[in-house]
Design a protein around this ligand. Structure first.
Ligand SMILES: Cc1cc2nc3c(=O)[nH]c(=O)nc-3n(C[C@H](O)[C@H](O)[C@H](O)COP(=O)(O)OP(=O)(O)OC[C@H]3O[C@@H](n4cnc5c(N)ncnc54)[C@H](O)[C@@H]3O)c2cc1C
Length: 289
């Protein structure tokens, strides 16, 4: 197996064009597992870790642009204020070792329905910057996932960055696993309140062939929330939100859980995360009053 180690982004794109079968490797926390278990044997590895700009983030107007090679540990340490949903999800990924190596670019590259970065990226309306020697394009994250473990990346393309709007309201993420840490999600859910636009974002993980949004639940909740008065959350609204989130999922029975359990768990997580975010919103409103 060839090992390609470009020092610059331009060199990486040129190598990917020349060797479309080369497998990019960032933290290696998915790629090395595949190689170790002999699940795949790519003709070459394209190591992206020498490209410094990939492991950085920057402010870009009202968005944060996260390089594809930024590890979870830095998202947790440096972006908890601007992107709370993604930071909360990042804290649940693997172990400290995995969070030091694993990246959001790699999570997207694997395109697993269970990737923990995906629900908060969906809830925040993030987009993915991809590039090849032919040019670059920006895809809404919702259009990035095509099928289980298949993304919209062309063979000669690489992920350069993820653009995530800065939070303008409370965000939350919840995940159900068979234990507290080091687990693949049985299912997961993210919610983002966007008071400035009176909108709500959602993301569902591990409960359909791809990560997805619960659009009906978003529309319902945005219309029902008492944005101006910041009154208590109505139980019936919370329950209905949970039902609509569960209805948006398309889960299967597998070794980690049944479809029925996943739907039930999603409705519970949706109600809970809504309760937490709404309480935070009300606290903020009370402090401003
Ligand atoms: C013990 C363990 C626990 C884990 N726990 C979790 C967990 O709790 N939650 C979770 O979501 N995941 C978990 N994972 C999976 C993994 O850590 C994550 O998916 C992580 O985000 C992968 O990032 P990486 O940088 O290591 O990716 P890599 O393994 O380097 O790459 C992953 C995929 O992305 C592609 N890729 C990487 N960078 C690019 C790029 N710039 N452009 C195009 N393609 C690219 C690779 O070719 C590969 O297909 C776990 C893994 C292990 C081994």
């Amino acid at each position: 197996m060839d090992f390609l180690r470009p020092a610059t982004w331009a060199e990486a794109l040129a190598l990917k064009a020349e060797h479309p079968g080369a497998r990019p490797i960032a933290g290696g926390t998915d790629v090395m597992v595949e190689l170790n278990f002999d699940r795949s044997r790519p003709p070459a590895l394209l190591d992206l870790t020498a490209i410094r700009e990939l492991a950085t983030w920057e402010r870009d107007g009202d968005r944060i642009r996260i390089g594809a090679g930024l590890p979870y540990a830095r998202i947790i340490d440096e972006l908890g204020g601007a992107l709370p949903g993604l930071a909360i999800a990042s804290r649940t990924v693997g172990s400290p070792q995995i969070r030091n190596r694993g990246t959001v670019g790699g999570n997207l590259g694997s395109a697993s329905p269970a990737g923990d970065a995906h629900p908060p990226l969906l809830a925040s309306d993030a987009s993915v910057e991809v590039e090849s020697v032919r040019g670059s394009r920006v895809l809404p994250v919702v259009a990035f996932f095509l099928r289980p473990k298949v993304s919209a990346l062309e063979p000669d393309e690489l992920i350069r960055a993820v653009r995530v709007p800065r939070a303008d309201g409370p965000q939350q993420f919840a995940k159900i696993g068979t234990r507290n840490a080091m687990v693949i999600a049985v299912c997961s859910f993210a919610v983002a309140l966007r008071p400035s636009e009176r909108r709500v974002g959602t993301g569902i993980g591990s409960a359909a062939p791809t990560p997805l949004r619960a659009r009906d639940a978003e529309g319902f909740l945005a219309a029902e929330l008492d944005w101006d008065g910041a009154g208590p959350l109505d139980d019936g609204v919370a329950r209905r939100f949970g039902e609509l989130v569960a209805a948006a999922a398309n889960p299967i029975d597998d070794v980690r859980g049944t479809a029925g359990y996943r739907r039930h768990a999603l409705s519970v997580m949706a109600r809970r995360t809504l309760g937490w975010t709404w309480a935070e919103y009300r606290k903020g409103a009370a402090e401003c009053a």
